[in-house]
Design a protein around this ligand. Structure first.
Ligand code: SAH
Length: 471
């Protein structure tokens, strides 16, 4: 076998980046845009010792799970990886990924995992689910400003103002921004030269309030003709906040540190409702938490699935109103403020100071007085409290760590604190499985596991788990 050879493969699995995986002569081949069940002809593009990469040349037999992707750009855009799979196949793949990691990495017996795993929670509407979009702005060959997405694994912009994962309002807003740029000869930023003004347009939409925020990220101090842009944008129903964010650094980081509101409020408000988890309808309840979201705030991008995920986390926490609860990796306090309504006292820990400021403000906004927040690393703050003997025997600990999972010092302290229950919310089932093994070896039993699809058409899956202290 050598580079450029044409090979035939039967795709059996999906790799971490969404590529189809097939085997030939003991070698694994990764093929972008191929899905399990496909039989394909592919051209080898790279060969390593026991694996390689190949480019899909021809579908010989199409997988029964293959569908026509709704987005014409899905192959070129880096955003979605598995849009060519039916939604039911995507969900089955995600559930299976969690199951496999629990078995392979967590060392749990397959029969046990099958007994406790609950069905994956899918979306009611698998498109238009994102409440936030950040479109890079560039210049096309004719010198016109364009908005779009970076092509997979590159920084070249594919012009598109309507991504099917985002809300419909994005297109109108971007068209207005681009027309304004043309009219006022406002330049787009060019990454290679570091010149040009407009870098990104960030749009946020409150799903429950229908409030809209637009923030232009600029490589300068001000926006020429801003009044006219404001005039155009404010004609859009729901517009609440228009701002410019100043980013004059040569960096891939989208936002700079300074944001100036040029019209309306510096934030939009949105609500996260508690859902009824007693059946699979996840009906809305009257309990809701309000959040003020500024351009810089972290806020879950799929608000409807977040409601289901956090409602499950709350149900797993089994609160009666008296409990002392730690919420580690609490971000802006989304889970903490949910928990606070059903617990005696909640302590949130988060590494980003700005997020803790948001959490405190949001607690006050909702009249929640039994939640307290601390800035710091979970693996440092928790051991400090344990050593002091303060709040060192909580009833419940909730964790929602980033992809790398919990630090071992954090897990060790959790075990020493001996809460009755631990609720683990995870965005990476591999590190989840690793951490669950440590907790189970340390005296806990895995009781419930439920995957939730927060990011349709991508390979990501969230999981919520309940552990309880062994008697
Ligand atoms: N539960 C929150 C956010 C979860 S995302 C929400 O729903 O909004 C994970 C969070 O962990 C991020 O806010 C990140 O800033 C924070 N984080 C990352 N490493 C951390 C650490 N070592 N200690 C505490 N927080 C950390």
């Amino acid at each position: 076998m050598k580079k450029n050879d044409i090979i035939e493969l039967k795709i059996e699995d999906i790799g971490v980046g969404g590529e189809g995986i097939g085997h030939l002569d003991g070698m694994a081949f990764f093929v972008k845009d191929a899905i399990p069940g496909d039989e394909i002809r592919a051209r080898i593009t790279k060969l390593k010792k026991n694996y390689g990469y190949a480019r899909l040349e021809e579908l010989i037999v199409s997988s029964k799970d293959r569908v026509e992707p709704k987005c014409a750009l899905h192959k070129r855009c880096g955003g979605c990886q598995i849009q060519a799979m039916s939604v039911s196949a995507q969900l089955a793949y995600k559930a299976n990924k969690v199951r496999n990691n629990l078995i392979r990495i967590g060392g749990f017996a397959p029969e046990f995992v099958d007994e406790i795993m609950e069905p994956v929670v899918g979306m009611d509407e698998p498109y238009r689910y994102r409440n936030k979009a950040q479109f890079p702005i560039g210049t096309d060959h004719e010198g016109n400003p364009v908005a779009g997405f970076y092509a997979a694994r590159t920084h070249s912009i594919i012009p598109v103002t309507d991504c099917l994962l985002g809300v419909e309002q994005n297109r109108e807003i971007l068209d207005l921004v681009l027309a304004y740029m043309k009219e006022h000869q406002v330049s787009a930023y060019d990454e290679t030269t570091g010149k040009g003004l407009v870098r990104h347009v960030l749009i946020r939409y409150g799903f429950t309030t229908k409030e809209i925020m637009v923030c232009l990220v600029i490589n300068g101090r001000s926006l020429p003709g801003a009044d006219q842009l404001v005039e155009h944008l404010t004609a859009i129903s729901g517009m609440k906040s228009i701002s410019v964010n100043i980013n004059q650094e040569n960096t891939n980081v989208i936002l700079g540190t300074q944001t100036n509101c040029i019209w309306g409020e510096p934030y939009i408000t949105d609500y996260i409702h508690l859902r009824d988890c007693s059946d699979d309808c996840f009906a809305l309840t009257d309990t809701a938490v309000a959040f003020q979201i500024s351009p810089q705030s972290f806020y879950q991008v799929n608000p409807l699935q977040t409601e289901k995920l956090y409602s499950l986390a709350l149900e797993y926490a089994g609160l009666t109103g008296k409990e002392c609860v730690w919420d580690l990796y609490c971000g802006i306090g989304t889970i903490s403020l949910f928990l606070a309504q059903k617990a005696g006292k909640v302590y949130g820990v988060e590494i980003v100071p700005q997020a803790i400021e948001d959490a405190k403000r949001n607690a006050a906004l909702n009249g929640i007085t039994n939640a307290q927040f601390f800035v710091g690393k979970a693996e440092e703050v928790l051991p400090e409290f344990y050593a002091k003997g303060d709040m060192s025997h909580p009833d419940v600990i909730v964790v929602d760590p980033p992809r790398k999972g919990c630090d071992s010092a954090c897990l060790e302290t959790m075990l020493k604190m001996k809460p009755e229950r631990i609720v683990y919310v995870s965005c990476d089932s591999a590190t989840l499985a690793r951490d669950l093994r440590i907790l189970c070896d340390g005296g806990y039993e895995l009781k419930r596991v439920r995957p939730v699809d927060q990011f349709g058409h991508t390979v990501h899956v969230e999981t919520v788990c309940l552990l309880s202290k062994k008697p």
